[in-house]
Design a binder for this molecule. Structure first.
Ligand code: NAD
Ligand code: DAU
Length: 347
């Protein structure tokens, strides 16, 4: 019986990772540690919360004493660390929160693992989930490899980059058995509706203007969230200690093209005339420090561990729209809370 700690399991990606591990590995005990910030929602895990191998711990990774005590009590064998402040716009408003959670929180977890595992590193692994944003911004060509130098521009990506450096430092200095992956933009069910796709689905449905930053020419690579969870499963079990892998969808979209595609799907599903919602597009002041383009070279992960995305974008995108339309209660319960105060600032 392995004991696996998954941090941030009540969030978007974390909930998909928790579900995969709880259902695929009934012989593992899965501990989901989450502070339940505005982005953490236990509704995301309703279907598996009664599973005998699932445990929820509400805790803040910034609280080092509590984290160490939890490691002492449960003696985790592995850590998959997803807990983070994850929204770039919020990091521009409040960088400190990002430093506390993403940097201090990560170091608290590293430290606890170092203390608890000091006498026996066999079969232990600390897996840190990071982002392609640490590599900075690309112009029209090229893609990020694992060797691309770090060049973060937002407080969010600077904090994630810092946490990646600490993970490597704990490996190099204390021989902590770490691995890191850096993934591109995820999409799919359960994403908090402040991020582009769920926000715009909500706005189109409710005829609310769509705030397109700048000229809408920024490019992102999109990966279906369950494919990310599968990559995490593979890397956690198969990656050699000390390695880093990039994860991507090989699926680049200019924001405005993605938005127009979304409008086309939504108008069809909502029974509106084709293109009816195009008038909702509203160009607004650009995000400060807005990275132009991200693109991932995930060939190392394919060549070494055999991972490739399985979900075709057109299918994943339709499925995602359907999920938000069919889970209106989930969306409304969020939109009527904290998030409500966030919209007027943007449009
Ligand atoms: P999210 O914002 O949806 O979820 C984050 C979770 O972490 C929430 O459940 C929240 O309650 C929890 N959390 C935040 N602060 C905490 C703290 N101090 N202590 C304990 N728990 C805390 O984020 P996400 O989009 O699911 O991203 C998960 C991870 O994946 C992050 O590390 C992020 O940097 C990384 N990532 C995200 C993407 C993406 O497209 N969303 C892409 C690449 C990497
Ligand atoms: O690349 C991986 C990263 O992807 C993750 O590390 C982050 O946690 C995740 O939030 C995401 O960051 P982005 O900033 O790329 O995602 P977001 O959904 O906020 O924005 C996607 C693009 O859309 C970006 O170019 C900004 C633009 N945008 C976003 C919002 C919310 C708009 O034009 N209008 C908006 O209202």
């Amino acid at each position: 019986m392995k004991k696996i700690l998954i941090t941030g399991g009540a969030g978007f990606i974390g909930s998909h990772v928790v579900r995969l591990f709880v259902t695929k590995y009934p012989h593992y005990e899965i501990f989901n540690l989450d502070k339940l910030t505005y982005a953490g929602n236990l509704e995301n895990l309703k279907d598996i919360e009664a599973s005998p191998n699932y445990h929820f711990i509400q805790a803040d990774i910034v609280d080092g004493d509590t984290i160490l005590n939890l490691f002492k009590k449960h003696q985790f064998d592995g850590v998959i660390h997803l807990a983070a402040e994850s929204h770039v716009d919020r990091s521009i408003e409040n960088p400190l929160e990002f430093i506390y959670t993403n940097v201090v929180g990560t170091v608290n977890l590293l430290n606890a693992a170092k203390v608890i595992w000091k006498d026996n590193l066999t079969d232990k692994k600390f897996y840190h989930i990071s982002t392609d944003e640490v590599y900075g911004s690309l112009s029209d060509s090229g893609s990020f490899t694992e060797e691309t130098p770090y060049d973060p521009h937002s407080p969010y990506s600077a904090a994630k980059a810092s946490s990646d450096h600490f993970v490597r430092a704990y490996h190099d200095t204390y021989k902590l058995p770490t691995v890191i992956s850096n993934c591109s933009n995820n999409y799919g069910p359960n994403q908090f509706p402040e991020k582009l796709i769920p926000l715009f689905i909500h706005n189109i449905k409710n005829n609310i203007p769509l705030p397109v930053y700048g000229k809408g020419i920024n490019v992102r690579d999109w990966l279906y969230v369950e494919d990310h969870a599968l990559a995490i499963d593979l890397i956690f079990h198969k990656a050699e200690i000390g390695k880093t892998y990039n994860i991507g969808g090989n699926n680049e979209w200019k924001n405005i093209d993605l938005i127009k595609q979304l409008i086309q799907i939504m108008d069809r599903k909502l029974g509106r005339p084709e293109g009816a919602s195009l008038s909702l597009i509203t160009y607004v002041t650009d995000r400060a420090g807005h990275d132009l383009r991200y693109a991932i070279d995930a060939s190392k992960l394919k060549n070494e561990l055999g991972w490739e995305p399985t979900v075709i974008f057109t299918e994943g995108f339709e499925k995602t729209v359907d999920w938000y339309l069919n889970n209106n209660e989930w969306l409304q319960s969020i939109v009527s809370g904290t998030y409500k105060n966030y919209i007027p600032k943007k449009v």
